[in-house]
Design a binder for this molecule. Structure first.
Ligand code: ADP
Ligand code: MG
Ligand code: ZN
Length: 477
């Protein structure tokens, strides 16, 4: 009998504000350790937190984008635990009444098609500092620049049934958050981190005991960690054992997980209402105003691209992965409005492929949308063929010159006049009398051979449509 996998995800996402959640310290990344701190985020006794309104607005915007309920009154709670990078001895979080509840994200995977994944809640909390051990002998250092940076914790329902669904959910959430501009969500900087709760069961049975893989910040590792953990749990159960509820750490070097702490040692956070902050009340007017300022969401943009520009679902998806990509595409269409589909095709397949090899984002493309539009123009007016255009694009990227200059300098203009094409064809036919006989005798397949020869003789510059048409004529004999 087969096993069913059950996954629920908790995502910690840094809210991009200039200042921290409860004090005025800078949130800028990469500063010298402990240069962005004050008595509040250092946890000095007697200091009072003041809530960052922008962090609240961005959490509300996120809630609205996932169709969730915004609680007009929520509250903050203290989550007590001791850890060296947590100077107060507690984290300010939201426990009993979060700001956002009951949302969802839609995903599509090959396995189960379209699925709606429930989001239980989004609550606000503050980040802890960072312990540093690397390169240190027998001591640890602590950097409290991160202490007090505002986070959203986005908790899903246990609605995912495979690592593929988990990754699809995370990618959609990541994309949504970037479109909303509520977080840089840079995974390498730890701005988007995931805890994966995983269990297995026989189909139809109640949920099994879950384990939690903590703090992963790469889609690839998350998938590996889930697949590993699923296998491990199945083995434990099939060997007659029991899965223990525990937190585990993924070791991306050894490709295995190990136990962090078991349930017996599980923290009892002794939550209680945060006495230094009043309940968080937001007005319906404020929520409405945030809703009115909602930017275009990824699925809306995708649908618009399909409708407005006639793109395939695939191209629309590729070109809306980031706002930077979609903006570039729209600038390209503005530069070359004649053929949005060709633009999409060439951008998705030719330009992005080359940028990937160069390890460059679209923002750092050496070719501008206007210059790329010119290249599209030259294909559109038959100055060059698609094949030559690829060479021109290579040269544009390499030299920074524009398409017209390269076409001129390299003499790449397409030959379309039938006079010169007929002459080329005649030469090929004369040189290949045997094949001509065979073709005329019924070996139709040889037609491709002649096309190839003529194109080669013209160094790719002959217009393929004219070559085809003239060859048919002249081969009749
Ligand atoms: P905690 O506070 O201990 O992290 P929660 O009840 O908030 O516990 O659940 C955390 C996450 O675990 C949620 O994303 C939820 O969907 C997921 N989850 C709960 N039960 C299971 C289960 N049996 N298998 C997999 N995931 C689960
Ligand atoms: Mg948890
Ligand atoms: Zn501070």
């Amino acid at each position: 009998m087969s096993w069913e996998v059950v996954i629920g995800l908790e995502v910690h996402c840094q809210i991009n504000t200039d200042t921290k959640a409860f004090c005025g310290c800078s949130t800028a990344f990469g500063a010298e350790p402990n240069t962005q701190t004050c008595p509040v985020c250092l946890g000095m006794p007697g200091q009072l937190p003041v809530l960052n309104a922008l962090a609240v607005d961005k959490t509300i915007l996120t809630g609205l984008a996932i169709d969730a309920q915004i609680n007009l009154e929520s509250k903050f709670d203290r989550k007590n635990y001791f850890y060296p990078d947590l100077p107060k001895g507690y984290q300010i979080s939201q426990f009993t009444i979060p700001l956002v509840e009951h949302g969802h994200i839609d995903i599509t995977t090959k396995g189960r098609g379209d699925r709606r994944i429930g989001i239980t809640r989004i609550h606000m909390e503050e980040d802890a500092g960072k312990s540093m051990h690397e390169g240190l002998d027998a001591v640890s250092h602590i950097d409290l620049n991160r202490s007090g940076i505002p986070l959203m914790e986005i908790v899903s329902e246990p609605d995912m049934r495979s690592s593929d669904e988990a990754i699809a959910y995370l990618k959609n959430l990541h994309q949504l958050i970037r479109f909303l501009g509520v977080s840089g969500a840079d995974m390498e900087k730890g701005q988007f981190r995931c805890d994966a709760n995983i269990s297995v069961r026989r189909p139809g049975e109640p949920f099994g005991t879950r384990t939690e893989m903590k703090n992963m910040n790469s889609f690839r590792f998350i998938k590996q960690a889930i697949d590993y953990e699923v296998m491990r749990q199945i083995e434990v159960i099939e060997d007659g054992g029991k899965v223990i509820q525990e937190s585990r750490l993924w070791d991306s070097v050894k490709n295995e997980s190990r136990s962090m702490r078991g349930k017996e040692e599980a923290n009892d956070y002794r939550y209680f209402p945060e006495p230094d902050l009043p309940p968080l009340r937001v007005s319906q007017e404020r929520v409405d105003a945030i809703k009115a300022g909602m930017p275009e969401l990824p699925h809306q943009l995708r649908e618009r691209f399909e409708k407005e520009f006639g793109l395939s679902a695939y191209d629309a998806d590729v070109l809306t992965q980031t706002r930077e990509l979609s903006n570039w595409y729209e600038a390209l269409v503005a530069a070359h409005p004649a053929d949005p589909k060709r633009c999409a095709n060439w951008m998705a397949n030719e330009l992005l492929g080359r940028l990937k090899e160069l390890n460059k984002d679209i923002e750092h493309s050496p070719v501008s949308p206007e210059a790329f539009g010119k290249l599209m123009d030259r294909m559109g007016d038959n100055t060059i063929s698609g094949k030559i255009a690829k060479d021109v694009l290579d040269a544009m990227i390499e030299s920074g010159k524009d398409a017209d200059t390269i076409i001129e300098e390299k003499g790449l203009k397409q030959v379309t006049d039938t006079g010169s094409i007929d002459a080329m064809i005649q030469e090929i036919l004369d040189a290949n009398q045997g094949q001509v006989e065979a073709y005329r005798g019924g070996k139709d397949k040889l037609f491709g051979f002649f096309v190839g020869q003529v194109m080669k003789a013209s160094k790719g510059k002959a217009n393929p449509a004219v070559v085809n048409q003239r060859l048919k004529e002249l081969l009749k004999g």
